[in-house]
Design a protein around this ligand. Structure first.
Ligand code: ADP
Length: 345
């Protein structure tokens, strides 16, 4: 049973507020992804939990114990970095055994634990290999095993697969999810890849400027983004600035009925929810390009003021570049002042 509580944590680097009054509870066995653009404070936050950075203010509790004043090696945390920093002069076994030897465990226990964790990460029998004789993916597995063998209460992963190719990244993240669920280890995972977060997380915290923009289950984050920033960051989204008057949203000939008060607004509609129909030459919207992916096609659409929208259709064949069309959003949200003021059913 291990719970992580981050309360009102801030970190200032001279005048840069990298993390700004950040609060988050991670429940026992939960995997939370910190997701956000570069510079949003994800790594700094993770490093503060691991003890590699000291907060300017705030508190970090693990199972109710304040850890802020403990150095990394005294914390019940295990951290896996993007660059694995394995000891190249040691074989895999000794890389993993090192921390256990410092804890003065009997040699037999060390051997048993190392072998068990190597099995867990799919590297059974690799103990005698030098780390330089391993592929990038295998090295990252060793880095993960090196953290896990110390049986941390909280596992911290900082973009651990960023340097690997896409295929391997996808495989490893599935393995990490399996291992995390088998061990039921409380985990905080930093990524700037939305696919990675959607595939891995019990809960995603979208960060912006050192703060939480939204924290929610992946499916909710996708379906009900709380702000235009989240809407634009998770998945593909058309965001159109416009004005509402007399219950009609309008942007340069593109109109949608919406039952909200007059004023400026942002219309958000996913490509899969933006229907298109052929229209006459008067229509403002024009197809710029049709890209056929076989399973579906993406239609790039130009509005007269160089606003580019995307629509996803199942059959590319009836559409071609230059064609005039009318836009028919099937599901959409409307934002004003950074908050959702309307969601269509
Ligand atoms: P992310 O992980 O989301 O990319 P970081 O936590 O690395 O973001 O950085 C957040 C902000 O803090 C950025 O503006 C970054 O430049 C700044 N920052 C991070 N580490 C340091 C440091 N050691 N010294 C000064 N500024 C830093």
């Amino acid at each position: 049973m291990s719970k992580l509580s981050i309360s009102n944590v801030s970190k200032l680097f001279s005048t840069t507020r990298a993390v700004d009054s950040f609060t988050l509870e991670v429940a026992d066995g939960e995997l939370v992804c910190l997701l956000g653009p570069s510079g949003s404070g994800k790594s700094t936050l993770l490093r503060m939990v691991g003890g590699f950075e000291t907060p300017t203010s705030g508190s970090i509790l693990i199972d109710g114990e304040e850890v802020i004043h403990l150095p990394p090696e005294k914390r019940p945390t295990g951290m896996v970095f993007q660059s694995h920093a394995l000891w190249t002069h040691m074989n895999v076994f000794n890389n993993l055994a090192f921390g256990l030897k410092l804890r003065r465990l009997p040699a037999r226990d060390i051997r048993d634990k190392v072998e068990a964790v190597l099995e867990l990460v799919g590297l059974g029998g690799y103990g005698k290999r030098l780390t330089t004789q391993l592929s990038g993916g295998q090295q990252q597995r060793v880095a993960l095993a090196r953290s896990l063998v110390l049986e941390p209460k909280i596992l911290l992963l900082d973009e651990p697969f960023a340097s690997l190719d896409q295929h391997l990244r996808e495989r490893l993240r599935e393995e990490v999810r399996d291992i995390q669920q088998r061990l039921r280890i409380t985990t905080l995972f930093v990524t700037h890849g939305q696919d990675e977060a959607l595939a891995l997380a019990d809960r995603i915290v979208v960060m912006r400027d050192g703060k939480t923009e939204q924290a929610a289950r992946p499916d909710l984050l996708y379906r009900e983004p709380a702000t235009p920033f989240v809407a634009g960051f998770i998945g593909s989204m058309n965001l159109v600035d416009g004005k509402i008057s007399s219950s009609v949203f309008a942007h340069n000939g593109f109109t949608v009925p919406v039952p909200v008060a007059d004023g400026v607004a942002i219309l958000a509609v996913r490509p899969e929810a933006l229907g298109i129909v052929p229209a006459d030459g008067e229509s403002a919207a024009r197809i710029h390009r049709v890209t056929d992916f076989g399973t579906h096609a993406i239609i790039d659409i130009d509005l007269p003021d160089a606003v580019r929208l995307k629509s996803m259709v199942t059959d590319a064949r009836q559409w071609q570049a230059g064609q005039r069309i009318a836009l028919q959003p099937r599901a959409f949200a409307v934002y004003r002042d950074d908050a959702a003021i309307y969601r269509s059913a």
